[in-house]
Ligand binder design. Sequence first.
Ligand code: GRF
Length: 207
Amino acid sequence: MLRVAVLVSGGGTNLQAIIDAVQSGKITNTSIEVVISNNKNAYALERAKKNNIQNVCISPKDFETRTEFNEALLSELDKYNPDLIVLAGCMVVLPESLIKKYPNRIINIHPALIPSFCGTGYYGLHVHEKVLERGVKLTGATVHFVDEGTDTGPIIMQKAVEVKYGDTPEELQKRVMEQAEWVIMPEVINLIANGRVEVIDGIVKIS
Ligand code: GRF
């Protein structure tokens, strides 16, 4: 069984897609051990509760220093002994110690086709605003392993989504989530859970 910890910050629709896929059997060999949010009002926490998944809020606001927050997050994660940490709309900058502790065992979803529209400052709706400003015709989503950089880790899976003339950032975000994010995130977890993802010299091989 792949023991998964999911880190969230907001609505948790990606979390929901993962929960649904575990329940329907699209993801096999996996148990969601805990959902951790940095935001106590995140609806993602409700989704966890409704599905009887352990859930906890660890917010930087509740600690005097970033170091204390980092330590709290790490020790909470340690309690669950996760094989995989999934960042599902997680807006927190992860401590380097956490990234070092889980090499190629943390995955993130980015709402664009990396290496376009990614890196520092590219998150949430802003990504889609930039895509629309540039007038590109294809965007999408990327699931990648997390390393010390921003959106620089090995790419696991990508899915393209059409940009339509006149899209608002919100419309484009919705299409990218429905057509790409909610599809590839569960798919990647299932591949990892079944031992089909390998990283060779920084490049992902799926067998
Ligand atoms: C997604 O677009 C994700 O790619 C981005 O934040 C959003 C999270 O949505 N980084 P949700 O919390 O999973 O609904």
